[in-house]
Design a protein around this ligand. Structure first.
Ligand code: NAD
Ligand code: ISE
Length: 339
């Protein structure tokens, strides 16, 4: 079966996803797109023969020839499209964040559970990265003993051109470490703190960049996440888990080593598209395979909810400077731990 996909939001990552579904993923065909910016939608549609442009995401979701939906619009409008896809009984891949408030995520949990069938996959693509997967295997095998501390860094060369705020360092960037820590450790996060180092001169006016986010899990594992979105030298993602008897860390991300004029050097990826290209491909292939077989896989709406709840706690911690508990409802039985 070829899964006929409609994509809502054809900005940066929406365009990427249209191209990957068209050129690299097997078993899928993009048949429709929609964007508030209709010119952008038309331009993206022109690249792929036979793609229809809808006037709205809602119209696209109602299209009988769309079997499954990708939501890649701005975070604040994810909820309405995810709820519409669930109401239509269509599988939906939603880019992170699932929604921007815990109340909105809760409405998605309720709607999906009421339908009795998993339809939502959230775009936490790091779970498909070979490095993170190898880290998880090492942790789960018991090789490094019980995890105690996690060190992460999330450095972007430059913040996106639109007004990037202090809050977005948490809700747009650190949300990836929030998810990957929950997944690597297999535990929920119970409390957060946000430390505010000296600001880089490259930060926008009033923007707290960098930040050090501290996540404390239910068993007391501490995650230290440096988020620095104007690091200037490249896109650098680091993660090391320290266990009772060893450590495991992401390896060197450079695909080559250059030796020249008495020095040895490697390459630093420029951005997330380069660094995680294989992870996005694997994530989409897994989604399409699951949809084609009538199943579901990957990060669930619960994972989206939990990540947004932890981010909400970090926002309070940033504002107050205090250790802030995470408010989580009990996980519904419908959401067994995801892989
Ligand atoms: P973007 O601004 O480049 O693109 C978003 C697009 O959505 C724009 O073209 C905008 O016109 C469109 N849009 C907004 N509201 C809409 C609506 N109601 N209906 C239809 N279209 C609408 O942003 P982006 O960088 O592509 O990010 C999009 C989403 O993807 C965000 O949620 C972001 O957090 C996420 N993202 C995830 C990753 C990742 O690594 N997984 C990377 C980048 C972005
Ligand atoms: C972007 O939205 C992403 O999700 C990238 O993966 C992340 O590294 C970047 O900081 C975000 O702005």
């Amino acid at each position: 079966m070829t899964v006929r996909v409609g994509v809502v939001g054809t900005g940066n990552i929406g365009q990427d996803h249209v191209r990957r579904l068209t050129r690299r993923i097997t078993g899928a065909q993009v048949v429709a797109v929609s964007d508030l910016n209709s010119e952008r939608a038309q331009t993206v549609a022109a690249e792929v023969p036979g793609v229809r442009v809808h006037r709205s995401g809602q119209e696209l979701i109602r299209d009988d020839e769309v079997d499954a939906v990708v939501v890649a619009s701005w975070g604040a409008v994810h909820e309405e499209f995810v709820l519409a896809a669930i109401a239509a009984g269509k599988p939906v891949f939603c880019e992170k964040p699932l929604a921007t408030t815990t109340a909105a995520c809760q409405r998605i949990l309720d709607a999906e559970a009421a339908g009795g069938r998993r339809l939502v996959q959230v775009g936490f693509m790091r779970r498909y990265d070979a490095g993170y997967r190898a880290m998880k295997d090492a942790i789960d095998s018991g090789e490094i003993g019980s995890p105690l501390i996690v060190h992460c860094a999330h450095r972007n060369a430059a913040a996106p051109a639109y007004g990037f705020t202090s809050d977005l360092l948490i809700t747009d960037a650190a949300i990836h470490e929030i998810d990957i820590s929950r997944w690597l450790l297999g535990q929920e996060i119970a409390a957060t703190r946000v430390l505010t180092p000296r600001r880089t001169s490259r930060a926008g006016s009033g923007v707290q960049d960098p930040q050090v986010i501290v996540l404390e899990t239910v068993t007391g594992v501490m995650v230290f996440d440096e988020v620095f979105v104007n690091a200037s030298y490249g896109y650098d993602i680091r993660c090391e888990v320290v266990g009772e008897s060893g450590t495991v860390a992401l390896g060197n991300q450079s695909e080559v080593v250059v030796k020249h004029d008495g020095s040895r050097s490697g390459r630093v990826p420029g951005d997330w598209q380069q660094r995680f290209v294989h992870a996005y491909d694997a994530e989409f292939q897994a989604w399409v395979n699951a949809v084609a077989s009538g199943g579901a896989t990957g990060p669930t709406a619960w994972d989206g909810y939990a990540a947004t709840a932890v981010a909400a706690s970090c926002l309070v911690a940033l504002e107050t400077g205090l250790r802030t508990p995470v408010q989580l409802v009990d996980r519904p039985v419908f959401y067994t731990p995801s892989t």
